[in-house]
Write a protein that binds this ligand. Structure first.
Ligand code: ADP
Ligand code: NG1
Ligand code: MG
Length: 476
């Protein structure tokens, strides 16, 4: 956003985040949040922000390689009640008492950086969003201080993107209170960058669907440039989300960033072996463009140019004819021990094959003619293949998730897969309208009956989901 324009040119075509009137169910939640806001801050909120979580139907761990994904926004969300304040602070409270209150000099958020290892504190996700927004807001537009009350019902650490909904909501609230506006695409790019301040090198899928989600339609999200196209799901398809009862905070371990680094180095090794300039290659999609082959051919290239045994860092440096110091800046943006092994062939194969599955999934959904039963079978089969690949080639599953996927299929699902980054979290299964109830009862008996879930009701662990509206602002 150029200084002084408030992004007006960019949103002239009506592509800004909408300001909506809440429907009755949402209104009831906003009223509860506003009442809590008043009793805690002795002030009225000026507006509300809602950002949904998402479920990714297919295209896992490919966004940071430059390939398209197919998510939809879900009903669960992060809600904020927001007001400006005369005190020069950001005061942040959470409707859920397990998340402690937080206060910080508002303008100092510009200079904030995350410190410490392990799982981030909840308010650090919020600071990522505020900082990201402050980078584009002219100084004079910022209010003196801000009061925020947050309420969320996306299960955290479960692959439904609670973190990105939180970061995106914080950025959107900061923009709106500063009377600045950007297009949904620019907000998605801004928040994807902002969430990286938490320490994970995300690819941008979550923030894209958080802003570009649409009621009634899944989306094909393409990157560079960011573009979202409707994907019309077959009428009789029902998508069910099931929680594996294992949660995982993505920023608490190196697992995610290691996969990003492995993909980058796989791309660079392929580039070098194919006599391309590997220094310009950051993503597997970059090397595909340089070589000029299709995805199927790229799988064959990965098999030919990469070996199955894990690579040592030293071996990669030797292949690329470079020093370890140079490689650390060229490929390992986060620091790993140089004694770490890297599985380049397996990761690259997953990415090329998963990217191809996304194309077939989208084409199957968009096919005008064709038998509905066949379409559904095809989508189910693609989802199950995706899971097998995440489990074996990408090694980002979890024993609970694998058991849940197997149980879902044995209870009649046409296919099932882990959704989100993995290492725990949720599964998404495809079934049909006429079988959905029977399927969910069977899965409840098979998976949940003999496992402990005292603090969570089954309806919050196993539920049908439909494509939902993306981020919006609600007036009081
Ligand atoms: P995911 O995005 O898959 O849900 P992450 O590990 O990326 O999982 O992010 C989860 C983190 O987001 C939580 O540990 C917590 O810090 C934060 N978070 C999510 N929902 C809330 C909430 N309602 N209130 C406060 N913090 C939340
Ligand atoms: P989760 O951890 O489920 O929010 C992460 C990344 C995505 C994508 C998926 C895997 C972030 C914020 N999100 O999602 O970009 O790479 O894993 O497909 O890092
Ligand atoms: Mg997340």
């Amino acid at each position: 956003m150029s200084k002084g324009t408030n992004g007006k040119a960019e949103i002239a075509n009506g592509n800004g985040v909408p300001i909506l009137k809440a429907h009755p169910d949402l209104q009831a939640r906003l009223t509860t949040l506003a009442d809590d806001f008043k009793s805690r801050f002795q002030e009225e909120p000026e507006f509300f922000v809602r950002v949904p979580g998402r479920v990714n139907l297919i295209g896992e761990h490919v966004d940071y390689c430059g390939y398209s994904v197919c998510p939809m926004a879900i009903e669960q969300d992060i809600l904020l009640a927001v007001a400006s304040s005369k005190e020069a602070n950001l005061r942040l409270i959470n409707f859920d008492p397990k998340y402690p209150d937080f206060q910080w000099d508002f303008r100092a958020v510009r200079q904030w950086t995350k410190t410490g290892n392990g799982a981030p504190l909840w308010h650090e996700y919020f600071l990522c969003g505020v900082k990201g927004a402050m980078e584009v807001i002219p100084e004079g537009h910022l209010p003196t201080g801000v009061l925020v009350n947050l309420s969320g019902n996306i299960p955290p650490g479960s692959g439904l993107s609670s973190s990105s909904a939180l970061v995106s909501a914080a950025a959107l609230a900061t923009m709106h209170i500063s009377k600045c506006q950007l297009s949904k695409e620019s907000m998605a790019n801004l928040t994807a960058k902002a969430e990286r301040y938490i320490g994970t090198e995300g690819g941008g899928m979550d923030q894209a669907i958080a802003f570009l989600g649409k009621q009634g339609s899944a989306k094909l999200i393409e990157f560079n440039p960011l573009r979202a196209t409707d994907v019309t799901l077959p009428e009789s398809a029902v998508f069910v989300i099931a929680h594996s009862l294992a949660s995982h905070n993505k920023a608490s371990t190196d697992d995610y960033n290691l996969r990003v680094a492995e993909c980058r180095m796989a791309a660079q090794v392929i580039a070098k072996k194919r006599s391309c300039q590997w220094e310009y290659v950051k993503k597997l999609s970059d090397v595909q463009k340089q070589i000029g082959k299709n995805l199927e051919e790229m799988s064959a290239v990965a098999m030919e140019e990469l070996h199955e045994e894990p690579y040592t860092f030293e071996e990669i440096c030797n292949i690329l004819e470079t020093t370890q110091e140079h490689m650390k800046t060229a490929s390992l943006t986060t620091t790993f021990s140089t004694s770490q092994n890297f599985k380049l062939q397996q990761r690259a194969l997953h990415v090329f094959q998963e990217a191809a599955r996304v194309q077939v999934f989208r084409d199957t959904c968009e096919e005008k003619k064709g038998n509905e039963t066949e379409k559904l079978r095809c989508l189910g089969s693609l989802m199950s293949k995706s899971h097998a690949s995440l489990r074996q080639l990408y090694e980002c599953s979890h024993p609970n998730v694998d058991a849940l996927v197997d149980d879902a299929v044995s209870c009649g699902a046409l296919g099932a897969r882990l959704t989100g980054a993995g290492w725990g979290g949720c599964v998404v299964a495809i079934t049909t309208e006429d079988k959905a109830r029977e399927f969910m009862e069977a899965l409840e008996n098979k998976f949940y009956k003999h496992r402990k879930h005292e603090n969570t009701e089954i309806k919050d662990l196993l539920f049908v989901t439909q494509p939902n509206q993306g981020a919006a602002i609600y007036t009081v």
